[in-house]
Design a protein around this ligand. Structure first.
Ligand SMILES: Nc1nc2c(c(=O)[nH]1)N[C@H]1C(S)=C(S)[C@@H](COP(=O)(O)OP(=O)(O)OC[C@H]3O[C@@H](n4cnc5c(=O)[nH]c(N)nc54)[C@H](O)[C@@H]3O)O[C@H]1N2
Ligand SMILES: Nc1nc2c(c(=O)[nH]1)N[C@H]1C(S)=C(S)[C@@H](COP(=O)(O)OP(=O)(O)OC[C@H]3O[C@@H](n4cnc5c(=O)[nH]c(N)nc54)[C@H](O)[C@@H]3O)O[C@H]1N2
Ligand code: SF4
Ligand SMILES: [Mo]
Length: 722
């Protein structure tokens, strides 16, 4: 029977006063299919149901997804613009008053103009995020470069996907997070998963993961913690944080030694094999074990399973990417697929678990300091010309490349950057080395923050603009697979909130740049211009019309024209995107984490997520069920380490590094290495683990090393009351 899935609105027969709006979850890169339930009398969202007709997640959702609808009409929504008159209250929640849009815009324009007149165009900056649609991400890049005319724009993907992007660009010449569709994954023979807490962070991938085992295949997990996926895996390589490059080289060594290479594939489709072979020679199981702390037998077994598997997928996430050698880690694990030829065919390949909802599309279309729409380079005159043709500016008017996210804070602190337009990110929680970052935000002359809830970062703003949640606007996002999908509007914006693209158009007009923006009256107008701007770039979305997306259950990029149905599998023709059509096998010498444990800081601190919260927690800490399930952060400590420090389960301890300190409840668990502690990062103010993390940046991706630094624990001294 032909299923009729091409209409957007369904009548909800179980609830006569409701309609269903087909859409996807607001949170992670899985972008699970859901129907939002909308009351047809009040026209408000009242609930959610999973979508079984969505091929990627087939009716699965996680605790965040099933409660995501509660964000829209939440009591904490900002309903009108907020202005703070007393700058001395910056850094607190205090001192905001409601204002009209006109007053807020006037104040922003006055201050932005004043700063640019006095200190030049580049005194302003834009810091954005990728929980937004492609259209909004695209327009944010144009807003920075055409409306503000500044070079300083970057975004939170710098803390998220930038190392994966850098590694894929180097290995393949193209950065699409997955070389194959998710609907292939359960049919492979081996999943090699490094640095991904899949069960908590991409939970709706798990039915495919377990299915691999059920079909007789193998799961190998690389993680310093015994996460839920590691617990049931066939092999858990419990390495020391920050040592992945050594492990990958050790596995490459064995794959080569034991004859698992595909020599024909190597000869015809790759470069760099001989140097790599030479480099990994010294990474014997014993030497690799010494560096990583993983038993040699486990390394041998991992190479054997991966090597023998007819099909295999190498997967990874932030555990390997958020290191100051994240790009090298990505290329090193990618080498496994390249030397064995397990890529460019169904059921085999390489994939990163894309983090944010639009972590893929949001990095392709101009929010990054050096990129323009369609993944074009701002340093390439041809690329600049192509985008200028769409924007209607001259190449001379295009700003130069800026700097990465963390480096923007450095420029704020030294007063090179004096104004900030922040949207869709909460860096006062999520950036590393927070004592410094908060100081940088405080030192700004003028700051605007667009958000739908007052975030910890909004507390530093002079003006807060009420944006809408994902359910009050429409557009596309690109999911974990590289599939462009459609987000539909379920409800009108509440209060006076507006979508970000609309604010940017209205601000551009008031900044005297209306000629480049005024034609954009709907999200669809932005979409049409955006597709055109991506046309001809390698992330080409031109053929991905909303109609086609609806009809095909999404469209994989590149999709170059009306006839093109998109590209679910990359490299089927064995053509990579480097000029010679070959992939690069990279020879990558091992280097340790930026900060190794020593006498004063003998422990390794690593950070990450729990299933109940999302990123900085500004959204999920407000949802009662999620807050109840995980009300506060904690530090995971192995029983032997706890015994050594004489600390008990649930006792509060001081955790500190060279950069900062905080107090956490202890969670004693055998699921962590004895030399490592872990803290989830979803909490604000004095609870933020980023007060302690290190801003050691990867030389290529400029990704901070969130996953490894040196730390120490101390019992709290209880002062006796006199
Ligand atoms: N519940 C939930 N889901 C989410 C998110 C969320 O905030 N909450 N965020 C989304 C986003 S934006 C992202 S980026 C993804 C992140 O998804 P993941 O990368 O899976 O999540 P993390 O918890 O950051 O880290 C993954 C694992 O890396 C391990 N790890 C730490 N150090 C190392 C190391 O040196 N090497 C290796 N191999 N592993 C290490 C940690 O123990 C952890 O289990 O999740 C997405 N999904
Ligand atoms: N220690 C440590 N730190 C980390 C990480 C880690 O593993 N460890 N992971 C890093 C990673 S992978 C990531 S992705 C970052 C994420 O860190 P952030 O960028 O801070 O992520 P969010 O909490 O999603 O912040 C988004 C903010 O924008 C708002 N928002 C959501 N949608 C919209 C919208 O459409 N428009 C507007 N204007 N606002 C919106 C939300 O309410 C929220 O306040 O954190 C990084 N920081
Ligand atoms: S897995 Fe990700 S996209 Fe799916 S419901 Fe959970 S948070 Fe939403
Ligand atoms: Mo992320």
């Amino acid at each position: 029977m032909q299923r009729d899935k091409f209409f957007k609105e369904e009548k909800n027969v179980n609830h006569p006063n409701e309609k269903l709006i087909k859409t996807h979850c607001s949170y992670c890169g899985m972008q699970c299919g859901m129907n939002l339930r909308v009351n047809t009398v009040t026209n408000k969202i009242v609930g959610v149901e999973p979508r079984y007709d969505w091929p990627v997640t087939v009716g699965k959702m996680c605790p965040k997804g099933v409660t995501a609808y509660q964000q829209t009409n939440h009591q904490d929504r900002i309903l009108k613009p907020l202005i703070r008159d007393d700058a001395s209250l910056k850094g607190t929640k205090e001192g905001f008053r409601e204002a009209s849009w006109e007053e807020a815009y006037e104040l922003i324009v006055k201050n932005f103009k004043k700063l640019q007149d006095e200190y030049g165009k580049d005194s302003l900056s834009v810091f954005s995020g990728v929980s937004m649609t492609n259209e909004k991400c695209y327009l944010t890049g144009k807003f920075a470069r055409v409306a503000l005319g500044t070079r300083y724009i970057d975004y939170n993907g710098r803390f998220c996907m930038s190392s994966a992007a850098g590694g894929f660009l180097r290995s393949f010449g193209v950065d699409r997070g997955s070389t194959l569709p998710w609907t292939d994954i359960h049919e492979t023979d081996c999943l090699f998963i490094a640095g991904s807490n899949t069960a908590e962070c991409h939970p709706t991938s798990m039915f495919r993961v377990w299915n691999v085992q059920e079909r007789g295949g193998y799961i190998i997990v690389v993680d310093p913690r015994e996460t839920p996926i590691a617990r049931r895996a066939d092999l858990h390589l419990d390495l020391k944080p920050g040592t992945d490059l050594a492990l990958a080289n050790g596995i490459l060594h064995l794959l080569i030694e034991n004859g698992y290479t595909d020599n024909e594939f190597i000869a015809n489709h790759t470069n760099g094999f001989e140097e790599t072979k030479e480099l990994v020679k010294e990474f014997t199981p014993e030497y690799t074990s010494e560096l990583t702390g993983v038993a040699p037998e486990k390394i041998i077994r991992a190479a054997e399973i991966y090597g023998k598997a007819p099909n295999a997928v190498v997967m990874f996430a932030r555990g390997i990417e958020q290191q100051h050698k994240g790009v090298d880690n990505v290329s090193a694990y990618t080498n496994m697929a390249l030397i064995t030829g397990k890529i460019g065919r169904p059921k085999s390949g390489v994939a990163t678990f894309t983090g944010q909802g639009n972590g893929q599309g949001g990095r392709e279309h101009g929010q990054k300091s050096d990129l323009l729409p369609g993944y074009r380079k701002i340093t390439n005159p041809e690329h600049v010309k192509e985008v200028c043709n769409v924007w209607g500016i001259t190449p001379e008017e295009m700003p130069k490349p800026g700097v990465s996210a963390y480096e923007m804070f450095e420029l704020m602190e030294e007063k090179t950057i004096r104004g900030l337009y922040l949207l869709c990110s909460n860096p006062a929680v999520s950036a590393p080395n927070l004592n410094f970052v908060r100081k940088a935000l405080k030192s700004l002359d003028f700051m605007v923050c667009a958000d739908f809830y007052l975030s910890e970062s909004a507390e530093f703003a002079d003006v807060v603009l009420p944006s809408v949640t994902w359910s009050e606007d429409e557009g596309t996002v690109t999911n974990i697979e590289g599939r462009i999908i459609k987000i539909n509007k379920a409800q009108e914006p509440i209060g006076e909130s507006k979508p970000d693209w609309q604010m940017q158009v209205e601000l551009a007009e008031r900044l005297g740049r209306g000629q480049y923006f005024s034609h954009l009256k709907t999200a669809k107008d932005v979409a049409d211009e955006f597709r055109l701007a991506s046309k001809g770039g390698y992330a080409d979305y031109y053929g991905a019309t909303w109609e086609k997306i609806d009809k095909q259950d999404g469209v994989f990029w590149p999709c170059r024209d009306e006839k093109d149905q998109g590209t679910p599998h990359m490299f089927l023709d064995k053509k990579f995107y480097h000029p010679d059509g070959k992939a690069k096998i990279c020879a990558l010498p091992y280097r340790p984490p930026a900060e190794e444990p020593d006498q004063t800081y003998p422990l390794r601190l690593t950070t990450g997520r729990v299933v109940y919260h999302y990123l900085s927690g500004n959204q999920t800490r407000r949802i009662p069920f999620l807050r109840d399930m995980c009300p506060e952060p904690y530090v995971e400590v192995h029983p032997e380490l706890a015994a050594k420090y004489e600390i008990q389960h649930e006792e509060r301890v001081r955790l500190f590094t060279r950069r900062g300190e905080s107090i956490y409840k202890v969670k004693i668990t055998e699921a962590i290495r004895k030399d490592t502690v872990f803290v989830p990062y979803h909490f604000g103010h004095e609870e933020s683990i980023n007060l302690l993390t290190i801003a050691a940046l990867d030389p290529i991706s400029r990704m901070p090393e969130f996953k490894a630094c040196a730390a120490q624990i101390e019992k709290l001294v209880v002062k006796k009351v006199q």
